[in-house]
Design a protein around this ligand. Structure first.
Ligand SMILES: C[S@@+](CC[C@H](N)C(=O)[O-])C[C@H]1O[C@@H](n2cnc3c(N)ncnc32)[C@H](O)[C@@H]1O
Length: 282
């Protein structure tokens, strides 16, 4: 049998390693460019002192803490205003008006959103701007809006609470939101008081049962990486409990719901990973 070219052997093993990460952590890294992943994984290989993907896979089995370091090395602990704009398109076009309509029918004015794993705050502020805009557009009387951002990283939470960001981040905020919800001063910009007023930040470890209830929309995006399958399922179970009937759950683009819990949710957009707790439970 002719020998496989060495490059293919390594590529094959990398694919297996990525499958392992997907199976263990539910995160599909195939969307990243192969060369990029190769370079980043190489950093971890040399950090732990192994030479092949296979040895590294064995190392991961022995040291599950290495998953977080691998995923950090892939720099996916970053965030952005309106990260994945198509998610926000569907969110603003379909989810917000439907939720506000439900609120109107139920004569409820309280709307509560939760950004679980909010990092430095860009996600909760994006949610706040989207909701304030949706409320204005639909002339909704859902005037009691709160967006709760939680994280375990207290340094990130301190940045979130300030609500001040470098101007280069403005490029991710749609121009009509910039005009209405942002004040720019030199090299930085601040979210306007109208946005700051509805946002709350607090420390919360998702490994523990989150004592949060009455939530209409949970965004938990790009956080699954830190959890094994079992903890992911437990966490989604906690979101289910936290959600109001007809409430929404939004996951990251490469994250999947375990089949057992997926059956309980309705799918709003499989591409954008938007799910809904049925308004009427059987
Ligand atoms: C990659 S960032 C995602 C930020 C944002 N959701 C987004 O999609 O842009 C992941 C965040 O999850 C937080 N995190 C990790 N483990 C956590 C835990 N056990 N409880 C709460 N937050 C956690 C990290 O501190 C980090 O800020």
């Amino acid at each position: 049998m002719p020998e496989e070219p060495i490059d293919n052997v390594y590529r094959g093993n990398l694919a297996r390693l990525l499958e392992k990460v997907r199976d263990e952590r539910g995160l599909d890294l195939k969307q990243y460019r192969t060369r990029y992943v190769e370079r980043r994984v190489a950093v971890r290989l040399s950090a732990v002192g192994v030479r092949t993907y296979q040895q590294y896979a064995a190392y991961l089995d022995k040291h599950p803490g290495e998953y977080a370091k691998l995923l950090d090395a892939l720099t996916i602990n970053v965030t952005q205003f309106f990260r994945d704009p198509t998610v926000y398109e569907v969110f603003r076009r379909d989810v917000i008006p439907a939720l506000l309509e439900t609120k109107r029918a139920r004569h409820q004015r309280i709307v509560r959103l939760w950004s679980a794993g909010c990092a430095t705050g860009e996600e909760p502020y994006s949610l706040a701007m989207s909701m304030l805009d949706g409320i204005a557009r639909t002339r909704s009387d859902a005037s009691l809006l709160t967006v709760i951002g939680t994280d375990i990283d207290t340094t990130a939470l301190a940045v979130a609470k300030r609500g001040e960001y470098p101007v280069r981040e403005l490029q991710h905020i749609p121009s009509f939101d910039q005009r209405r919800y942002v004040d720019t001063a030199g090299e930085v910009f601040r979210l306007k008081p109208e946005v700051m007023r509805v946002c709350r930040f607090r420390y919360l470890n998702l490994f523990e049962s989150p004592p949060i209830h009455g939530i209409d929309i949970v965004f938990c995006r790009n956080v699954f990486i830190y959890f094994n399958r079992e903890d992911q399922e437990r966490m989604v179970g906690a979101f289910w409990e936290a959600l109001t009937r007809g409430g929404y759950l939004v996951l990251g683009r490469s994250e999947r719901l375990a089949p057992a819990i997926a059956r309980r949710f309705e799918i709003v957009s499989s591409r954008e990973r938007i799910f809904r707790k049925p308004p009427k439970l059987l």
